[in-house]
Design a protein around this ligand. Sequence first.
Ligand code: ADP
Ligand code: MG
Length: 698
Amino acid sequence: MTKAIDKQQNKPEVSMPVQYLKGVGPAKAKIFAQLGVETVEDLLEYFPRDWVFALEPIKISRLRADSDVTIVGLVESMDYVSYRKPSMFEVQISDDTGTCRIVWFHGGYLRKQIKPGDTIIASGKASLYKHQLQMTNPKFMVVGEKSSNPNEYFSGGVYPASAKLSSRQIKQIIKPVLDDLGELVDEFYDRKFLKQAELIGRKDAFGWIHQPPDEKKLAKAKRRLKYDELFLMQLGLALRRYKVKHFSSAVRMAFNNKIDSRIRKRFPFLLTEDQDGAIEDIVVDMGKPEPMNRLLQGDVGSGKTAVALYAALLAVANKCQVAIMAPTEILASQHFINIERYLKGSKVSRVLITGGLTGKKRKELLKQIESGQIDIIVGTVALLQKDIKFRKLGLAVIDEQHKFGVHQRAKLRKQVTPHCLVMTATPIPRTLAMTAFGDLDVSIIKHCPPGRGAVITRLVEPSDRQKAYEFIRQRLKAKKQAYFVYPRITNIEEKSDVKAATDEWKILSKKVFPEFAVGLLHGQMPSAKKQQIMTEFRKGKINVLVSTVVIEVGVDVPNATIMVVEEADRFGLAQLHQLRGRIGRAEAKSYCFLFAQTDNEVAKDRLEIMTRSNDGFEISEHDLRIRGPGELFSARQHGLPDLKIANIIEDYKLLAMARRNAFDMVSHDPMLKQTEHKNIRRALLAKFGDSIGLVDVA
Ligand code: ADP
Ligand code: MG
């Protein structure tokens, strides 16, 4: 047998470019490169997207119409009908139970391949033609001295192909490589572990994924390769985390009962159990000489800001500065207002830095920050700009809402290594918490503070629009306030019938609710104007606020108890959940009306969950299942290798197991130096490069 890899060039290498494989060459290598395949290793990991299995041959007498079958028979006669369109090659085959006609359209070329007296195996669909059973265009093989096992020919992987490189060609190129698996593929784990985890060997897994002998073995191969993929990803995360924890240092924050009670006095309420739990995590983290790297998760209004302020005051008590950053200026100023409320009369100095702050005033402030006169600095992520220098930044709080920016955090770390608390109102499904955010510790606030009214959510049929308006009018008369949210500011295309905030604001203010004050707020307004509108709404001077999703973040007006979302099907569920979090912030009952101009049942079903559930985790899991991890989870974006075979949702159990084992391994052998981890280490470096720091500390 010809070896794919020339034995004279030593042992086969996974790093060898595919170009040197039999049947490839420079031209095909270029096509492979477009498929992301550069080396032999890439080729081995170029998994089929589908697999076919030929069926066991059956006797001709047992053929039934419209069934997929494989039969074996002797070619009795053949004929080529070229005058008909399409032309037709046909043979008559027989076994000891009967005869069957096989037809191939455009089959002229088969005259050279099949002759009477041959035994052939044919696999395909049987059908009735003029009361006779026949097979049309089956796959076939002439059985020579070779084995008559049809699997060898018909079965196997179907590869994601390109126009210039067919699945069949890929299969032919991979086939001989598989003969070298013994030398190409190294095992990662010892026998004992494989047995206990019910995983097959790595070499078998590669062999079977490309050429599965049967479906059971294919399933085993998939399981093993998925596990490895998830394991390496988790190992990368575990190492990244280990590196942050052990190779950078942070200020150790002293803590005692006196500090605790002094901070608690700042809150006009008792902290909830969940808040206390999160604070406990944070106090432990900040008490260590390594930087905290914690994600604080909780619905809008669950009380994250209070927790963050607790952490901030702990840092201030330790003579450190704190930066609190939000994605938008509205949100930053909202935070600042909240903080001001809590800190009234306190000696803690704090500032809000906005884009509007320029010139001398800005310079003066920056100087005060640099000299350490200011304790708490609130702003947008622009605080990370170079011209702001802190004297001693001990804690960075990043409120990311639903835009998680791993990059921002990385930037922050380069400058200094403060403790880092990331807040998010998007419930991150457990699957993502283990992957995209797998190097963070997580604290969760599940239950909102007491005194929150229920939020009733309804999907409103277009025919009930007027009824909904009337209902809202009654509420407005009772001095409640309402949000109307639209997916767009304006419609750029003339004829689009997507409702947009600016246009609908006119209709609502002039026609629907002329007796009330209807305000407009969107992201393109100048920031002073936005502030003004927000203030008026907060004070109750505006009854109805027409807006885009800018209100999703940071608006806290307990008297607003009605939320209308137009074109609701254009929003992600997690986003709708966040929007809805703007209401239900006081004891009064709140109402969320979702309008969708769609007849699409899937879209409606998707929205239905909003009417059934108020649980952000449930909603985001649901969303993830419908939309797939692609949109929410891009591995690359998080500096992780892309997943080729595993799926974080479907393979959740394997993911959890891989995570446990990976973190366990790192805790025992952080640099993967033990000889038994040699192969894993090599594979990991190949996947992550040196980004996880294995190289620099080796
Ligand atoms: P988040 O940042 O999670 O959106 P906030 O911290 O802004 O939530 O809290 C939302 C509202 O709940 C604020 O008005 C805050 O004063 C109030 N609040 C926070 N914690 C408590 C608590 N333990 N008891 C009562 N009210 C609370
Ligand atoms: Mg908040």
